[in-house]
Design a protein around this ligand. Structure first.
Ligand SMILES: Nc1nc2c(c(=O)[nH]1)N[C@H]1C(S)=C(S)[C@@H](COP(=O)(O)OP(=O)(O)OC[C@H]3O[C@@H](n4cnc5c(=O)[nH]c(N)nc54)[C@H](O)[C@@H]3O)O[C@H]1N2
Ligand SMILES: Nc1nc2c(c(=O)[nH]1)N[C@H]1C(S)=C(S)[C@@H](COP(=O)(O)OP(=O)(O)OC[C@H]3O[C@@H](n4cnc5c(=O)[nH]c(N)nc54)[C@H](O)[C@@H]3O)O[C@H]1N2
Ligand SMILES: [Mo]
Length: 765
């Protein structure tokens, strides 16, 4: 027997190190350089006229939702535009002139393209027509839409069980597309719906559901105006949610204070110059009042220490906690206080590595105030104890009565622009009995009752050959998940992999035996059907559903919208033998919204989102209604401290985003705020650690992790001295994903430990 055909695909592409240049890291974010970069990117990729016209429609009532992040739009958007430097880059990526068409794939094999860097692959341009990579071939060839849909249908039919298929979603899809996709996957017969949020805010969802009864945040944008203290933890808004800086600035103007908790002094948190306001261009605001430079993954230790100090003040007669609130709405406060006694202040202090007087400043501020908002992102969620990190934040808010009133509450800052909406409308691997019953009533079929696979489990199932077809609604699975080599083996084990995408990425190269590219319209593009421009809806980070309508000419006449593609696959699979008229529904967004309004709690008024600025979904925390929880009360939790055992030569590594990327999409090679130019393979290290190990600036090392006796290696990183706690390191995602183990993840949420990986360093050969 001949050995099976295997393509020779590179997982890292070109890792040649470039002419790196280092400068001082910046203290302030945005301002003029931000405007300049926004303009440079959009003008270069899409031309000046179109760029200016399009930017002015971003995040406006009659325009489209920026795909850059999920931060909400103010009720009165700025006349100068409601976008940021990185939103402009996101637009430029999607609206680029460059195209990846049939000629491109004829000229370049997948083997060749895989040797390019992620940056070069992304810059190749927009996908323009359906393509197939046949078994035994290394070149994609064109295929018609109908033949592509039939191919997917045939492979799905050939499976022994629907559970042999995996349906991934990234968070850029509209509510309508995600709803239809979830419906089709259930009609097909599985709950295998891993989702990018499994790697993102799943820890927040689990922690908040268990303690407060809803897996989402409780604050609205106006709460930032009224807050007395905003704590920003494990988040880098200057880069990843730049429009949030305007909200923080407003809080400061109203007399509020900001505490940032982060191993790094991130530029945007220190000072901010609002590029959208004339005063911002000249003066700038100092944002952070107190920076607690915590060691990686010691947030629970820090919060426990703060709570212990608050409890002592209270014992000494100061009114610190909101006992009325605690008695009326919560459960478990006494056991929580008792548990704090188990920990010694000196040990907690040593763990978090922050000068005590700085912590005392924060304690003193928090003791006085009770309108407190806590914002957080990946710095808290992507650890083994990610769920406990967030529960500890909830403990603080509950003890201060900082929920369900203006200026107070939880604010998990979401990543992808519609990741929250996708989950709300039914993308999940869990089974909801209520949703299943409603689907049965509204659509006339019985959804499966078996729990599905999340990202971690789906990867394992493909690796073990238990899942054979992989369909992705957006995203770049191979580069986004932990453990790149393992992920590649998993995908390459599949019979068929299908990518519904806008732009070329590594997941189009690391494929199953057969692979399909189904190119789709981007958020910014017109979605015309029978002479009428259609619109879609999304949900922002604060639970508001609103419409989004593209305005640009589509990049190719062959593109289909996501709902049309899902409808097409479903139609090819079911023919006309199913109660749902899939093809018609895929084209009829009002029809989908009608069905959403009959199926999903809170979506009764979704048709209203077609006009105006949208509406808020119900949120029990805003009403202080905890009736769904044990004894009808919000829950205090007893949380675990991080538990790492390090050898003397080991470090804790966090994998973070540079200022010039959107997840696996690389906008450029600079991290302006951190002072790095022209290189992504960098490793941020404390100067004292460099001295201890005899490293010089720009020495080149490999990162090596060793979990369960498996050595994982990410090669060739430049050492950059940086203001980061001793024993901690930082490197960029996705380059460093090579060392993230696939089988180590957060308790309960299964989120990979991308922010606390134990590694040692070896000089590169
Ligand atoms: N321009 C741009 N915007 C984006 C994205 C992008 O890639 N580019 N990605 C989007 C997505 S999907 C997401 S999820 C968000 C991500 O937004 P962020 O969570 O802000 O992104 P990261 O770069 O992962 O940053 C994590 C931050 O946490 C800190 N940190 C790491 N470990 C710890 C820790 O143990 N404790 C504390 N307190 N802090 C820690 C890091 O220093 C860093 O500042 O942004 C979204 N928006
Ligand atoms: N080590 C490490 N790993 C991480 C993280 C980390 O911090 N460290 N962060 C994790 C997080 S928070 C997340 S959210 C995941 C991200 O995981 P993913 O969401 O899977 O990855 P992205 O890079 O956002 O996906 C980019 C691709 O999406 C496609 N795309 C863009 N817009 C659209 C659209 O409108 N429709 C469709 N159909 N496709 C579109 C394009 O082809 C583009 O190449 O990565 C996770 N992985
Ligand atoms: Mo994310």
């Amino acid at each position: 027997m001949s050995s099976p055909f295997k393509r020779n695909i590179s997982l890292t592409g070109d890792t040649k190190l470039t002419g790196i240049a280092l400068t001082e890291s910046k203290e302030y974010a945005a301002g003029f350089p931000g405007i300049k970069v926004a303009i440079q990117h959009t003008f270069k990729e899409m031309g000046a006229l179109e760029a200016l016209g399009t930017l002015s429609k971003m995040n406006q009532k009659d325009g489209f939702d920026c795909a850059g992040c999920a931060w909400p739009d103010p009720e009165k958007p700025s006349k100068l535009g409601e976008y940021c430097e990185n939103g402009a880059k996101a637009l430029a990526e999607e609206a680029t002139y460059e195209k990846v068409d049939a000629d491109f794939f004829k000229e370049h094999s997948v083997e060749e393209i895989s040797t390019w860097s992620d940056f070069k692959i992304g810059k190749s341009g927009r996908l323009t027509q359906p393509m197939i990579l046949r078994e035994g071939s290394i070149h994609y060839e064109p295929i018609s839409w109908d033949a592509a849909f039939d191919t997917v249908a045939q492979y799905l039919k050939s499976l022994e069980s629907p559970d042999e298929a995996i349906f991934y979603t990234s968070g850029r899809s509209s509510n309508e597309a995600a709803f239809l996709y979830g419906l089709f996957v259930r009609a097909f017969g599985t709950n295998n719906m891993p989702d990018c949020s499994n790697m993102c805010h799943e820890s927040s969802g689990v922690a908040l559901s268990e303690t407060l009864g809803i897996g989402k945040g409780s604050v609205k944008l106006e709460d930032f105006d009224a807050a007395e203290v905003i704590i920003v933890m494990g988040q880098n808004p200057g880069t990843n949610h730049p429009r949030m800086l305007s909200a923080l600035e407003k809080c400061k103007k109203n007399g509020g204070k900001i505490i940032s908790i982060n191993p790094l002094a991130e530029a945007g948190l220190i000072r901010f110059k609002d590029p959208q306001s004339l005063t911002g261009i000249t003066k700038g605001t100092s944002l952070t009042d107190i920076h607690l430079q915590v060691k990686i993954n010691e947030d629970v230790a820090l919060l426990k220490l703060i709570m212990k100090k608050l409890a002592r003040l209270e014992k000494n007669g100061k009114k610190v906690f909101d006992h009325g609130f605690i008695e009326t709405y919560t459960q478990g406060f006494d056991s929580f206080l008792k548990d704090l006694d188990r920990h010694k202040e000196s040990e907690l202090l040593a763990r978090c590595g922050i000068p005590e007087e700085t912590i005392d400043e924060a304690v003193s501020l928090l003791s006085e105030k009770n309108k407190i908002v806590i914002c957080w992102a990946m710095g808290l969620t992507q650890h083994k104890n990610g769920v406990d990190n967030i529960k500890e934040c909830v403990n603080l808010l509950l003890s201060k009565g900082s929920l369900g009133k203006p200026g107070a509450g939880t604010c998990p800052v979401r990543g992808h622009s519609n990741v929250q909406g996708d989950r709300t409308v039914g993308i999940m691997h869990h089974v909801s009995k209520e949703l299943n019953e409603t689907i049965e009533r509204v659509f006339g079929f019985t959804p499966p009752e078996k729990e599905g696979l999340d990202t971690v489990k789906a990867l394992k199932a493909m690796h073990e050959g238990k899942a054979k077809v992989f369909v992705a609604l957006g995203g770049n699975f191979v580069s986004a998940v932990a453990d790149t080599s393992y992920a590649a083996e998993a995908l390459q084990n599949c019979e068929l992999t299908v990518q519904i995408s806008t732009k070329l990425n590594r997941s189009h190269l690391v494929t199953g035996k057969t692979a399909l590219i189904l190119p789709t319209l981007g958020r910014s593009e017109k979605d015309n059907h029978n002479g009428k421009d259609r619109f879609l809806t999304v949900e922002n980070s604060m639970g508001k559903v609103h419409r989004t309508k593209g305005i640009l000419q589509p990049k190719s006449e062959h593109l289909k919208s996501e709902p049309e593609i899902i409808g097409g696959i479903a139609q090819a699979y079911f023919k006309n033998q199913h109660p749902v008229a899939w093809e018609d529904l895929g084209k009829d967004y009002d029809g989908i919204r009608q069905k959403m309004s009959e199926t999903l709690p809170g979506f009764e008024s979704v048709q209203k989102a077609s006009k105006g600025t949208g509406y808020y979904l119900p949120n029990n925390v805003r009403q202080l209604d905890f009736s769904k929880l044990k004894n009808g009360r919000a829950q205090f939790s007893i949380c675990n401290l991080a538990n790492h055992t390090l050898q003397p030569n080991e470090f804790i590594l966090m994998t973070i985003r540079s200022h010039d990327q959107f997840n696996t999409t690389i906008y450029g090679l600079n991290d302006r705020y951190r002072g790095v130019t022209n290189e992504r393979r960098v490793l941020f290290m404390n100067q004292k650690d460099m001295e201890r190990f005899g490293y010089n600036t720009l020495d080149i090392v490999d990162l090596v992790s060793n979990y369960d006796a498996v050595e994982r290696r990410a090669q060739r990183f430049f050492i950059v001295p940086y203001n980061i706690p001793q024993g901690n390191l930082g490197a960029y995602f996705p380059e460093a994903n090579m060392v993230v183990p696939h089988n180590h993840y957060a308790d309960k949420s299964n989120t990979p430990i991308s922010k606390s990986i134990i590694v040692h360093l070896e000089r590169s050969k």
